[in-house]
Design a protein around this ligand. Sequence first.
Ligand SMILES: *Cc1c(COP(=O)(O)O)cnc(C)c1O
Length: 345
Amino acid sequence: MAFITLNKNHFFHNLDIITKRTCGKDKIALVLKDNAYGHGLIEVAQMAKEYGITKAVVRSCDEAKKVADFFEYILVLADTPRESSNAVGTASKIRYTINDLKQIKKFPKGTKVELKVNTAMNRNGIEIEELEAAFERIDKQGLELEGIFTHHSSADEQNSIYDLQNSNFERLKERATSLAKRYNFEPLRFHSSNSAALFRGDDFRDDMARVGIAAYGCLELENNSNAAKLKPILSVYAKKLSTRNLKAGECVGYSATYKAQKNCTLSNYDFGYGDGFLRSCSNNYITPEGVNIAGRISMDNSSFLSDKEELLIFDDARVAAKFAGTISYEMLTALKPNLKRSVLG
Ligand SMILES: *Cc1c(COP(=O)(O)O)cnc(C)c1O
């Protein structure tokens, strides 16, 4: 079976760089959604705990429960709890995101919540003008408001929306702080930065940063010397299933889209789009060791001009993503959970 290795030294190196930017491990909330960006939820949670990370961000209640033993604080981005977080143990570590005013009445009394506010991305979150109404409803519902946050749409681009969102958030902090006093929700936790925002600015002022792609070493930020020091931690290898000698003119794979220009050795490897090898890499992909793909990627197979037993498919999702015309995030999250992951180092 194709398999994945995770480089713990690189992960810790990235976390060292991130810790310098947040001024403390306790201000890092490691984003583990979507199977830790394809790296493996439990594998990454284990390494993060060993490093001393105490906060995590996930998408669902199920993910939160799976990593509850590894962290003190877990923020769920998009799910509604089945039980109140007043419950002891695991449930008390979990905080839930309010993405919309109407959602407030769905939370059981006593649930710990954080309020997401729209500062110009226009995806999730209440409007700034709805802040007071949100506090009132949260109070009435008997929820415990712990934090206020927003998300950037353009932190990795030169774009004035980034500054607009920052100034909206700073304004909102003041109003929220006075509302928190009135409703007895003090102190509130404020956070707005994803990886790009954390690396881009030199004025990190929040209580926490939600860091995903930088921890996995694949943040792309032009002319940023700190981002340039990050190291990808994930490598994918495929195993050879068969080898043949191909004669000039013979074709390979579905629809015969590859034709050998000369006699060559071809092997078929056990990594296909069913495992997460994006099909748009068909015919144009070249591995980090310079091995060319031949023909279309099929569900469980892909063919390369190689006879190696184990073939490194990629060790930098940023580079691999370019072949597929996408971003590292998609290249990584495409990797199926059933691929075996092992931690090196
Ligand atoms: C995914 C996500 C992040 C992490 O973003 P990166 O660019 O990977 O650092 C942070 N906050 C929210 C709300 C997210 O959905």
